[in-house]
Ligand binder design. Structure first.
Ligand code: F0G
Length: 466
């Protein structure tokens, strides 16, 4: 059970949780264990008092200087931005030194996408190998503050691996709900190793998500999915870190994969807060890329009237779910994303796009990212595939600066990479005669069998270089 009287120290006194639906806008304490608006059921976001513009220069200097400190709260690429987090100095920070991830130049990806230059912000270089860690540090810290004994989530594999790790750090019980047979063995292995109670159910991620929200009605349970706005608070710091790495020169485009839509919501919030403070004077266009078979938001987006007179605050009330979502990028095999409203709001405010890419486009983009020496999991590669499409459509223009956010590490799904390069990557739909339909990888690089002699190997290398 939660403590009857949770400690009050630790959360920022002036921060609130607020409903994002315009007619409602109800506010709640940051000490309330709620995940949706108690008045209308709408999504919640945290409102933190923002520093004044006159403090901006001192703030950025302080953030930067903390990166060289040895204190755990400074070494974290999330907590070093703590002036914009809804906690105070008494917060029992649960950290694994997350964040501070690299921003790489990716010349081969740029060429492949038909753009001048492209940078990749690799969130797969986090402690558990995905971007989830930046949100889990704040979320589990909040759970500990509220005295939670059990933290839970539904997951396609990365949220659960991350939650399991942070719960282990905090010494809190962790239970995760997974769609059986639909997450990679690497992600599952992580959760088992970190000591989580792993519950596999017959159903897809959307079924898990529905069920976990029911389970979280029990007062002993703390829900750590991105519907919880404390996750978004941590993940928004990626935008601050990115701007620091760009030396505060605003990219024209930031492109992210879309699944449950927490990541795009969080990046949007981070950029909007920087705009309000005056750290930046315009928003990068935030675009979200989904996999074709799991693209409910891209489908909705394509129906919106996007002439320049449209009020970007007007968000449709309903999203038609994809009933049987499908993609080989299991991380984003989601038909009914919980945070679609927040994400769409950020996309519209920044005048970005939501699009979908095919399995073939994603697979070839992933191999191209690999050729830049940067591995990622399939879901992350939707970004480069999406940039190629957006450039071909003229939405990304010559000379514009672009950052793609890679969300997970290559080793999260080595089977996919191996099958792609060996030419055995199968769509799980079958052809009429029952044989598997194989993907035609354009950048295959399969191992070869070579005789175990110096001459044979050197001869092979010579033939490869001609
Ligand atoms: N990329 C990866 C590698 C992911 O694991 C996810 C989501 C996304 C992109 C999409 O991000 O949901 O914030 O839009 N994975 C969740 C999970 C759903 O359970 O691990 P999103």
């Amino acid at each position: 059970m939660m403590d009857a009287s949770p400690r009050t120290a630790g959360v920022a006194a002036a921060a609130v949780q607020r409903c994002i639906r315009p007619p409602c806008g109800a506010s709640f304490s940051v000490r309330d264990r709620i995940y949706v608006c108690g008045t209308c059921g709408g999504p919640l976001e945290i409102v933190v008092p923002l520093p004044r513009a006159s403090e901006a220069a001192a703030l950025t200097a302080q953030w930067r200087s903390r990166a060289g400190s040895l204190k755990p709260e400074d070494r974290s690429g999330v907590w070093r931005f703590r002036e914009l987090l809804p906690f105070d100095h008494a917060a029992p920070i649960v950290t694994l030194a997350e964040g501070n991830t690299p921003l790489y130049d990716a010349p081969r990806c740029a060429k492949y996408s038909g753009v001048d230059a492209l940078r990749l912000k690799h969130q797969g270089c986090n402690p558990t190998g995905s971007f989830k860690d930046t949100g889990m540090t704040t979320c589990v810290t909040h759970a500990v503050l509220l005295g939670a004994r059990t933290v839970v989530c539904a997951s396609t594999g990365n949220t659960s691996a991350s939650l399991a790790a942070y719960a282990a750090r905090a010494g809190v019980q962790c239970a995760i709900l997974l769609p059986r047979g639909q997450i990679t063995s690497s992600k599952l292995a992580q959760s088992m190793d970190y000591g989580a109670i792993v519950c596999e159910i017959d159903g897809n991620f959307d079924d898990c998500m529905r069920l976990i929200q029911e389970i979280a009605e029990d007062p002993s349970i703390y829900l750590a999915n991105s519907i919880n706005p404390f996750r978004i608070e941590g993940q928004k710091t990626v935008a601050f870190e990115l701007m620091e790495q760009c030396e505060w020169r605003i990219p024209d485009h930031v492109v992210v994969p879309g699944g449950n839509m927490g990541n795009s919501s969080a990046l949007g919030k981070g950029f909007e807060e920087m705009l309000q403070i005056g750290l930046i004077d315009r928003l990068p266009k935030l675009s979200v890329v989904q996999a074709e078979g799991s693209a409910p938001l891209a489908r909705l987006f394509s129906t919106l009237n996007l002439d320049s007179s449209q009020d970007p605050a007007e968000i449709p009330d309903e999203l038609a779910p994809v009933e049987n979502p499908w993609t080989l990028a299991t991380a984003i095999k989601i038909g009914s994303p919980v945070s679609w409203k927040k994400a769409l709001r950020s996309v519209l405010r920044s005048r970005g796009r939501v699009i979908a890419v095919s399995e073939q486009e994603m697979a070839d983009a992933k191999a191209t990212i690999g050729r830049d020496g940067i591995g990622c999991e399939p879901a992350s590669a939707t970004t480069v595939a999406g940039i190629r499409k957006l450039a071909a459509a003229g939405f990304i223009r010559h000379g514009e600066s672009i950052v793609a956010v890679l969300t997970g590490h290559l080793l999260k799904d080595p089977e996919y990479a191996s099958h792609y390069h060996r030419g055995t990557l199968a769509f799980d739909s079958q052809t009429k005669d029952g044989s598997a339909r194989l993907m035609q990888g354009s950048f295959r690089n399969a191992p070869v069998q070579v005789a175990a002699t110096k001459a044979a190997i050197l001869d092979h290398l010579r033939r490869q270089s001609t």
